[in-house]
Design a protein around this ligand. Structure first.
Ligand code: UDP
Ligand code: MG
Length: 336
C-alpha cells in the first residue's frame, strides 16, 4: 500500500462568530480536500469555537453531524485568535497541520499546493499574499511599516505579507508546544521555531461575511506583542536616549558657565528652562511606559495560567484521540 495512505492531515480553523461563513467554508474545504492531489490522505477539520456568541456552535454541531471528519473544540470564552490557534494545534492529530481562517479569505484550494511543498521536505509552507484586496490603503501601509520595523529591530525574520495561513509539520507543532508564553504572537513564534520554510503566493479575497474583528486598536496591540515578545530594543532605546540627553545637557552646562563668567548673569532663560523640563518629563514618562509594557508582560507570564480553558472537545471520527490526551490547558504547568 502507498505509505502516504494512512497519513492524516489536520486543518485547524479558528472561528469567532462565523456562523454565516461556516457552511460555505466547509463545503469549499471539503471540495479542496477531495482534490485528486490529496487522494490517499486522511484528513480532519478541527474547528475551534473561540467563545462565539452567535449561532456558530449550532452550525458546527450541524457540520459534525453531517461530516465525521469534523472535530469541534469549544473554548470557555473568547481567548483571541492566537490562543484559538494554539488550542487547535494542541488538539490536532495530523502529521501536517494546516491553519486557515474561517471567513474564506484564505482559499482552501491552495491546500493541495501546501501539502505538495511539505512532501518536498519543507516543514513550514506559508501562504504569501500577492494582493491585499479588501484591505484599506492605511492597513496595507501600517502592515508594511510593521514588518519593516520588526525586520530592523527583531532577531527573527518575519516573512512579509504572510498571515497565519500555512502548513506546519508535526515537529513544528511539537516545537511550538514547547514555547510556553502567554503572549502568543504566532507569526513571531513560527519564525522563532525555524525549520525549512517556503512561501506559496496566493491572492487574498475579501471577507465572505461579517466584519473583521481586527480593528486598528487590536492590530496596534498585536504589533506591540510582536515587538515586546521578540526584542528588548525599546528598553535599549531608553539607555541611548538618556546618554544623548546627558551629553547635550553637559555641553549646555559648559556653555552656561562660560557665558555667566564672560557676560555676568542677567536672569533669563525661563523659556529654555520650561522647554527642557517638559521635554525631559515627556521622555521619562515615555520610558516608564516602555518599561511598563515589559513589566506587564512579565507579570502575566509569572502567573503561569493555562493558555486556554476547554469547554468541550468533540473529536473527529477516526481522528487521533491521543491528541486530546495532554492539552495545553493542563500541560502548561508541567516541565517540558
Ligand atoms: N478569530 C478568532 N478569535 C477572535 C478573532 C478572530 O478565532 O477573537 C478568527 C476568525 O473567526 C477568523 C480568523 O480568526 O477565522 C481571522 O479573523 P478576522 O477575519 O477577523 O481577521 P483578519 O482576516 O482581518 O485578519
Ligand atoms: Mg479575515
Amino acid at each position: 500500500m502507498d505509505p502516504m495512505a494512512q497519513t492524516l492531515l489536520s486543518v485547524v480553523i479558528p472561528a469567532f462568530n462565523e456562523a454565516r461563513s461556516l457552511a460555505a467554508f466547509h463545503a469549499r474545504l471539503g471540495a479542496a480536500m477531495r482534490s485528486p492531489a490529496l487522494a490517499g490522505y486522511r484528513w480532519e477539520a478541527v474547528y475551534v469555537d473561540d467563545g462565539s456568541t452567535d449561532a456558530t456552535p449550532q452550525r458546527l454541531g450541524a457540520l459534525q453531524a453531517a461530516d465525521p471528519r469534523v472535530a469541534v473544540l469549544r473554548l470557555s470564552r473568547n481567548f483571541g485568535k492566537e490562543i484559538a490557534i494554539t488550542a487547535g494545534l494542541d488538539h490536532a492529530g495530523g502529521e501536517a497541520v494546516i491553519l486557515i481562517d474561517a471567513d474564506l479569505q484564505d482559499p482552501p484550494e491552495l491546500i493541495p499546493t501546501l501539502v505538495a511543498r511539505w512532501r518536498e521536505g519543507f516543514d513550514v509552507v506559508y501562504a504569501q499574499r500577492r494582493l491585499r484586496a479588501g484591505d484599506s490603503w492605511l492597513k496595507r501601509r501600517t502592515a508594511h511599516a510593521f514588518y519593516r520595523l520588526m525586520q530592523r529591530i527583531g532577531r527573527v525574520r518575519l516573512p512579509e505579507n504572510a498571515g497565519d495561513f500555512r502548513l506546519i509539520s508535526r515537529r513544528v507543532v511539537l516545537a511550538l508546544q514547547r514555547l510556553p508564553e502567554q503572549h502568543r504572537f504566532m507569526k513571531g513564534l513560527f519564525a522563532w521555531v525555524g525549520f525549512a520554510s517556503i512561501a506559496v503566493p496566493y491572492d487574498r479575497a475579501p471577507r465572505a461575511a461579517g466584519a473583521s474583528t481586527f480593528t486598528y486598536w487590536r492590530l496596534w496591540n498585536l504589533a506591540l506583542e510582536g515587538i515586546t515578545g521578540f526584542t528588548v530594543m525599546p528598553l535599549k532605546v531608553a539607555t541611548y536616549a538618556g546618554l544623548v540627553v546627558a551629553i547635550l545637557a553637559g555641553l549646555y552646562g559648559v556653555q552656561l558657565v562660560a557665558r555667566t563668567l564672560l557676560f555676568g548673569n542677567p536672569v533669563s532663560g525661563y523659556p529654555s528652562l520650561m522647554a527642557v523640563i517638559l521635554f525631559l518629563g515627556g521622555v521619562q514618562l515615555l520610558t516608564l511606559g516602555v518599561i511598563g509594557e515589559y513589566l506587564g508582560r512579565i507579570f502575566n507570564e509569572t502567573k503561569r495560567r493555562p493558555l486556554y480553558i476547554v469547554d468541550q472537545f468533540l473529536p473527529a471520527d477516526g481522528g487521533d484521540a491521543d491528541a486530546s490526551a495532554a492539552p495545553r490547558s493542563t500541560r502548561i504547568t508541567a516541565a517540558p
